[in-house]
Each structure stands twice: as C-alpha cells, then as structure tokens.
Design a protein around this ligand. Sequence first.
Ligand SMILES: [Zn+2]
Length: 371
Amino acid sequence: MKTVRDLAQLLEAAAPLAYQESYDNAGLQCGLPEAEITSVLVSLDCTPAVVAEAVRRGCNVVLCHHPVIFRPLKRLTGKGLVEQTIMAALKNDVAIYAAHTNLDNVRAGVNARLAAKLGLVNTRILAPQTGTLARLSTYVPARPADAGLPERVLAALYAAGAGRVGDYRDCSFQTPGTGSFTPGDGTRPAIGAQNQPETLAEIKLEVVLPLHRQAAVLAALRQAHPYEEVAYELVRLENQHQDVGAGLVGELPAPLAPAAFRQLLKATLGVPLVRHTAFAGDIRKVALCGGAGSFLTSAAVAAGADAFVTSDVKYHEFFAPEGRLLLCDVGHFESEQFTGEIFRDLLLAGFGRTFAVLFAKTSTNPVHYDC
Ligand SMILES: [Zn+2]
C-alpha cells in the first residue's frame, strides 16, 4: 500500500520542490503524509467540485498542478474557493498535492509534454536556472593499498545525485597531489598516528551536484570515505542548469506557414481560436511555456524562435515581439491540459501499472469561448 508520503517522494524525485519559483507553494497542500492511498484523482486545478468527484469515485488524493493555497490562511470559515476546497478535503479525508512550477521547470515537465504533442524535436530549456548547482572537491588517499578507492567514493557520490552534466552522467575530474596532516589528541586516524606529521599521495576528486542533493551527497561521501575527518570543499556555482528552468525551445520537423502553425495549435490543443501577433516568415523554431509565460518573450526572441506559444498575454505584451516572432496565446488551461498525463505516467512507472490513477471529469477551466 502506498502512502501520501510515497507519492510526495516520487513526485519530488522527478520535480524537486527546490526548483519551484519563489512565489510558489507546491507540495502537499493538506492531508496526512502517512495516510494510505486508495486511488488518486488527477486534475489541473482542485476545487470543491473536484474534491466531491474524488469522494464519489473513491479517491482520497487529488493530484493537481495549481496549488490551492498560495497565501497563508488565518482562518477556515468557508469563505471563498480556497477555504471551501481545503475544508471539503479535510472533512472527507482527501489529501491534496500540487506539483506546479517545479514541474514546469524540469526538462521532462509540462513544457516537454506540450512540445511532444506539437511534434517538436531537438528541445532544450529556454531560460535555464542559475544558482542551483555546486562543485564538491574532496581528497582520497592514493597509495598502492588504496587501489579502487577513488572509484568507490565517486560511485557513492554519483548514486547520491552528483556528477551529472546535461545528458552526461558519472562526470568527475581527478588531480593527483600531495596531502599533509597531523592527527591531534583524541583522533583515530585511518592513516598515521596521533601527533605524527603525515604526508602522502592523494587524489583530488571534483564533481558537480544540484544544491538540493547536498545533504545526500555529503552523507554518501562520509559513508564511502575512509578518513575520520573528511576534507572537502563545497562551492556554489553560477553555471546555468541545462535541465532546469522556464520554457522550452525546439524545432518543427518541417517549416510551416504561420496560418498552418496556428491550425496545428488549434487541432492539438482543442482550442477554437488563437490570439496572435502578425509575423511574415515561416515557423521552424518554436519556443513555448505552458501557463502564463509572456515574461519569456524576449528569451524566445533571443533564442531565434519563429513562434512563441504561451498564455495570459496582456494587450501591451503583444507589442513586445515587434514582428520578430509569432506570439500565440492559446489559453492557460489549454496550454497545461496534458499535465495529468505526466502525473499518470510518473505514478504508473513508480508504483506499478495496477496503481489506480483516474482523470477528473470535472472541467475546471473557468474560461469559455463564444465563437
Ligand atoms: Zn498554470
């Protein structure tokens, strides 16, 4: 039997909470982590109607994209949709879990799913995050008796999440050198003796790691390293994290005229209309950002995109491309409508094909089209 905690761990392994935007509140919204899951109802939003559907269909977890709670609640009196949703969930023992901008910002997240639906290839993150990576340096003895030790330490670091650069794993750098130390009173040195100066051949190992894996990587280092006092340095990097960030850019297999591209959007997303700017050229390179993504318009232009697909574009924001790309507003709900498929795929891959995941039948899109 899987618990709400198991579900949180599974989702956060794929979309770490550390990658959410500063304004966000992804994660468990309400419910007990130790509660055993009957079935999971997947929805883009969680409203009282979605909680009611969960109860009706025997689900005690609602897994949604948009968090219910954004601002701290001071009281629960049933005022407004947020309080009503939380109260309905608590009353019926339904847990609510949201994976929001953390799922937007990972390589295999909301934007990748949308890109796949549109048939984009050669995709990469449009605006990679910075400040999420660190470099770990450590020193292991390199005497003949220590053969294989650097490899064992590195293997432990890799297993804990270090050593990944883009699509490459097990990345490290090794430098031979000479280390020195004098074990003090009360020490139990692996090499040498108390108060005896020691000099020996060592290898400096360096790996990169995502900052949110810091505790796990350091624990793995201490576990695998023979020294009583493990020497290491951890340095925060300014590098971009190529697998984490906002938006995605990729290419259509063949260029399309703007009208044909908009037709592709309408057919793929099931929208009756697309609000868009004027653009003269063909569409080959496409940037996209599910949800409200107009803040990425200049990044899309800089990436050389011919089109930028997003939602919630305001009147004045339509001026920004200045004819350099086709800016398309396809609707917020519509741009994120495939998120449920990501949840289903993650749960079935993590918990087994027989795990019960149901798609909500309640439509939560508050926007309707009269055309
Ligand atoms: Zn959204």
